[in-house]
Design a protein around this ligand. Structure first.
Ligand code: ADP
Ligand code: MG
Length: 728
């Protein structure tokens, strides 16, 4: 008899994959880029000039599209272009609060009344759709009598063609709102937050005499981590299949301790898969830039070049989708869960964030003239103030059952939100805080004076991997985001809290700017000094993993929200409602909806894991343990009747029987906890789940993993960590 595990290994050992799927000699990379996108170039070639201009004004400067004729012309050109690419259908793609994307396809075909059909696509169909959306989570926003949700075209994220076997689909990125106009999705609040940020950042630019900038964009480059594991293993692991992570699995003798994986040679099948994923992404206009092995075995990373936050978010969703689908073709499964395997690193998504004007000036670039420096310092201090003022809000954007295994658990970054500036910038901030003129620092001349702000070093200094929020030269890197997350949430909050800081600063500086340059610089000096005094508690350049930091952070009064349930209440706190209300990013109802949805999501995710665990315990692990126990018992009896000393085997049998018994008891307890009836109050249920189900899962896992080390290998049904991580 072979176990599913042995069958999986057998299959992997004997399957041959056709790895040479692409030929970059005939199709050059640069020719591939954007071929499936209704890009600016395509728009220019296909749209009447005034229509093209109006559309570009919307995309680049945020002007509203008011003329319905524009939408009609765009729709018509889009349809022709899509049909030429073999599309038969179009879809409004939206981002419901599940964190995934959703779509419903409509055919272009319309009967013309004479028995034949014509391909049609009107401006109205482009602008608005009405999927039957009653089954998406709304957190109470929609009662069933108002179940309608509408999708609305987002012209700032270009439409594209998704190719699939037997056809292609025109995909139109959209927002998703209720008929009362409330956001049912992740994109709408993100777009609102980008507006807020732009408005406030422009005020600061004006203070510095920049009257040309029309719009400021949040720019984002997400570095995506993931695992690739052979799909034969996944098929024989219900936990990976259902939950995306292993709920059992003993620690292998070799994990990541040799550090031989990071930046190592990429295995051939994996590389082939990556290449095809990337070629697909290129065609879709995703500017993928880097790939490499990550720290854990079978873990990798892909990073694009940054784009505006809206496009970066859409592209990251698409990137995850393309990676999942391409992996299948190579007999692999792309695991995007934050912690697929215990005991080795999990996966995150480093969210690199900055602000840029419509002409491309990066506002977090230190530059090298004092004038630029003053402006840079204002923007940089605004971010510091924002993180210091709203650490719980940032924390909650990265909260999920999956990410609980990383943040604040046995792995970093820690759940304490702090900022790493690097030695040099930290030193400058220290001087700025004191407000006294200083001079030399290793590496360059500095003046922190009333009229001349410091000349800044170009390189912000060293790296610190333990910090959740780090300045890396010309951007901040928010590292606590989980690998499976939509980056919409984290960026919505970042944009809004920075907008609030910029608003605060602009309000103080605008009157001073009117009084002349010297007055302005003096005011900046004083204001920055004051802000830094209040906010410096969030600055930390040391080891974020260390015990001392946890103590120190507590002394500084920094919140340490260790898990999802601890962090959720901030969403409906009074100051949160005020903040998001003021900048029109989320209404109170929208916040309450999210609070409920995230609570429910937590309960559902943990419950699925718990039930999967119980199922595996009963139907896979226990049978293996009992079979082996019978085998050992038989051996003990036979040995004994042969008159040989059996004390060692008897001890083994006893340990096995005792562990199995405990395992059965723990299974029953988890079963009971996981099937406990919910109260109906989402947050109360989340709390109960954390306090009753999660600990029982940990107990059961310990025993299951112990059995894995006791039971005969040939009887063990589940692919082991060693196999899943190292057989490629
Ligand atoms: P590092 O290795 O220092 O983190 P990289 O050059 O690899 O830097 O960049 C990491 C990510 O940060 C990339 O996705 C990159 O495009 C992005 N990035 C660079 N500059 C900016 C910026 N101004 N705004 C947002 N993201 C940026
Ligand atoms: Mg980085």
């Amino acid at each position: 008899m072979t176990t599913p595990r042995q069958a999986a290994i057998q299959a992997i050992a004997t399957t041959e994959y056709e790895l040479n799927q692409l030929d970059f000699h005939t199709a050059h990379l640069k020719e591939l880029f954007g071929t499936l996108v209704f890009s600016e170039e395509v728009q220019k070639a296909r749209l009447p000039k005034p229509v093209f201009k109006a559309l570009q004004k919307t995309i680049k400067l945020g002007a509203q599209l008011t003329d319905p004729a524009v939408a009609d012309a765009v729709a018509s050109a889009m349809k022709d272009w899509a049909l030429e690419h073999g599309a038969t259908h179009f879809t409004h793609l939206f981002q419901p609060m599940t964190g995934l994307t959703a779509e419903k396809h409509d055919s272009f075909l319309a009967p013309n009344g004479t028995g034949s059909g014509v391909a049609e696509f009107s401006g109205k169909e482009l602008i608005k759709g009405e999927p039957d959306a009653s089954s998406f989570p709304s957190g109470g926003i929609r009662a069933t009598f108002e179940a309608r949700g509408y999708t609305g075209w987002d012209p700032t994220s270009p439409a594209y063609i998704r190719e699939s076997p037997n056809g292609a689909t025109l995909v139109i990125p959209t927002v998703f709102v209720s008929w009362t106009g409330e956001a049912l999705d992740k994109k709408t609040p993100l777009l609102r937050s980008m507006e807020a940020l732009s408005t406030q950042a422009l005020r600061i630019l004006k203070v510095f005499g920049n009257n040309e900038a029309v719009k400021v964009f949040a720019t984002v480059g997400p570095e995506q981590e993931y695992f690739l594991v052979d799909k034969n293993f996944i098929y024989s692991r219900p936990d990976l299949l259902n939950c995306g992570r292993t709920v059992f699995g003993a620690k292998p003798s070799k994990g990541q301790e040799l550090e031989d994986q990071y930046f190592g040679t990429i295995p051939e099948r994996v590389l082939a898969c990556m290449s095809e994923s990337e070629a697909e992404m290129f065609k879709l206009g995703i500017p993928v830039k880097t790939r490499h092995n990550e720290v854990a075995p079978s873990q990798y990373e892909i990073a694009p070049i940054f784009e505006d936050a809206n496009l970066a978010t859409d592209h990251n969703q698409l990137c995850m989708d393309v990676m999942r689908r391409t992996a299948e073709k190579y007999g692999l499964v792309c695991l995007l869960h934050e912690k697929p395997f215990a005991g080795i690193n999990g996966s995150g998504k480093h969210n690199n964030w900055s602000m840029s004007t419509d002409s491309g000036e990066n506002l977090l670039n230190p530059g090298d003239t004092p004038h630029d420096n003053a402006q840079f310092l204002v923007f940089c201090v605004a971010v510091i103030r924002a993180v210091a003022k709203y650490p719980e809000l940032l924390r909650v954007t990265v909260a999920s059952a999956g990410n609980d295994h990383r943040l604040g658990a046995n792995e970093a970054p820690p759940a304490i939100m702090s900022i790493f500036l690097g030695d040099q910038l930290q030193d400058i901030m220290n001087q700025l805080e004191k407000g006294k003129p200083e001079t030399t620092l290793p590496g360059g001349f500095m003046e922190v004076g009333v009229s001349v702000l410091p000349k800044l070093p170009r390189d912000a200094g060293d790296r610190n991997r333990t910090s959740p929020f780090a300045f890396t030269g010309n951007k901040f890197e928010f590292r606590a985001v989980g690998s499976s997350f939509s980056i919409a949430g984290p960026n919505t909050v970042l944009n809004t809290i920075v907008a609030e800081s910029l608003d605060f600063i602009a309000t103080k500086l605008e009157p001073e700017a009117a009084r002349g340059k010297a007055q302005l610089l003096k005011a900046i000096q004083d204001l920055m000094s004051g802000i830094l005094k209040e906010s410096k508690k969030v600055l930390f350049n040391g080891d974020g993993y260390s015990e001392e930091w946890h103590k120190e952070a507590e002394k500084r009064g920094l919140p340490n929200l260790k898990n999802t349930v601890d962090s959720l209440p901030v969403i409906v706190r009074k100051d949160t409602v005020e903040l998001f209300g003021k900048y029109k990013v989320y209404s109170e109802r929208e916040l309450t909806a999210r609070y409920n949805i995230f609570s429910e999501k937590y309960v559902k995710e943990v419950s699925i894991e718990a039930l999967t665990m119980v199922n595996m315990a009963k139907t896979m692990i226990l049978p293996a343990a009992l079979r082996y126990q019978a085998e050992v018992a038989a051996a003990v009896n036979a040995t004994k009747s042969a008159g040989v000393d059996v004390s060692a085997s008897l001890d083994h049998l006893k340990e096995l029987a005792a562990t199995t018994k405990d395992f059965q008891k723990a299974t029953a307890e988890l079963d009971h906890a996981a099937n406990h009836k919910h109260s109906g109050d989402p947050y109360a249920d989340a709390k109960a789940t954390r306090d009753t189900v999660v600990p029982k899962m940990a107990d059961l896992r310990l025993l299951g993993d112990k059995l894995e080390t006791l039971v005969a290998d040939d009887l063990w049904p589940l692919p082991t960590y060693r196999e899943m991580l190292f057989i490629k």
